[in-house]
Design a protein around this ligand. Structure first.
Ligand code: APR
Length: 321
């Protein structure tokens, strides 16, 4: 088997952690691209110098030139500004759309066959723009949001129930904004519905609903909670972990079912938009979208979230992108 190559576009906080995680897992050779001179070279040198200690053997290259992404099997884009306290993801639209357009042009020219995972915010709009500019097949352009949002939701459930997070299955769908939709009905601990466990714990259905509502709210605001604490940037460890899980599923053709920002052609009643849905990820990128029936409340919440995504895309088009 030939060695895989991952090119990371953006060598900031998330880009650096991505490079380290990919190297430590020996998932692929890594190219780290940034427009800031010496920054990606410094980071890859630093990570490579830990290889003897951690026992990994991959090639790590820092670069300011797009030609070095040539031959990449996978591209992960984190180029763009992160949020500052008080900002929503949508406040980043104008600045990051300009950056995303440049990135898409660079990748299109030098790695036209790669599958791309986009992390930059506002996510749903950035994925849409990147696909539009590259013209890559929709199934090969995927956004990272749901894996992280679902992991956040799972973490809060594990803390609440005082059980291992490894046994929690919980899914967050919709756009990667304040309207995201945590699916309560299917949240479970090794198959046991979380709501049932909460009702047992509190001996009250009302109290269980209240506790769940608080966890849902915290999940929706989880990115902002980290921004507020960090003050100088946004979450970077967990977004990197989420993208690495997706990268692994794709490069190893695992067909793992992950909530991902995928292009819908009628699924969940959505046509022609990128939205967070459960998808099977494998060597083709999105192999299939796992559609399932939503109840009335979930349908309403998802439709509100999709409206938010559409508004963002329209705003972006009005800005000339
Ligand atoms: N091309 C390539 N890289 C660029 C460009 C560009 N045109 N413009 C900026 N960058 C680089 C910056 O130089 C910086 O190193 O993108 C990097 C972004 O890194 P950080 O500012 O540390 O941001 P990070 O925390 O990694 O988040 C990146 O992901 O989750 C989202 O909201 C977050 O949009 C943000 C993105």
């Amino acid at each position: 088997m030939s060695r895989k190559k991952i090119a990371l576009i953006g060598g900031g906080q998330i880009g650096g952690v991505l490079a380290q995680m990919i190297a430590q897992k020996e998932l692929a050779d890594v190219v780290l691209f940034d427009i800031v001179e010496d920054l990606p070279q410094g980071k890859t040198l630093d990570i490579a110098e830990a290889s003897r200690i951690d026992g990994f053997d991959v090639s790590l290259k820092g670069t300011n030139e797009y030609k070095d992404v040539e031959g990449a099997d996978l591209i992960i884009v984190t180029a763009g500004l992160p949020r500052k306290p008080g900002m929503s993801r949508d406040d980043l639209l104008t600045t990051n759309a300009k950056i995303m357009k440049q990135v898409a042009e660079g990748v299109k020219e030098h790695a036209p066959n790669a599958i791309s995972i986009i992390i930059s915010n506002p996510l749903d709009a950035m994925v849409t723009l990147y696909q539009k500019v590259t013209g890559f097949p929709h199934h090969k352009v995927i956004g990272q949001a749901g894996v992280l949002d679902s992991s956040r939701f799972s973490t809060f459930i594990a803390w609440e129930l005082n059980v291992s997070v490894k046994d929690i299955n919980a899914m967050v769908l919709g756009g990667h904004g304040d309207t995201m939709v945590p699916i309560i009905r299917y949240a479970n601990v090794n198959g046991i519905p979380v709501m049932e466990l909460l009702e047992k714990k509190y001996k009250s259905a009302d109290k269980a609903k209240e506790v769940m509502a608080a966890m849902v709210q915290r999940t929706k605001m989880a990115g902002g909670e980290v921004v507020k604490l960090l003050k100088t940037g946004s979450a970077f460890y967990s977004p990197a972990s989420a993208a690495v899980a997706m990268a692994e599923a794709i490069l190893k053709d695992q067909r793992r079912i992950m909530p991902a920002c995928a292009y819908l052609k009628g699924e969940f009643g959505v046509d022609g938009y990128y939205v967070g849905v459960p998808a099977a990820l494998g060597e083709k990128g999105v192999e299939s979208v796992m559609e399932f029936s939503l109840d009335e409340e979930e349908t309403a919440a998802l439709s509100k979230s999709i409206d938010a995504v559409k508004t963002l895309v329209v705003d972006m088009e009005r800005l000339g992108f």
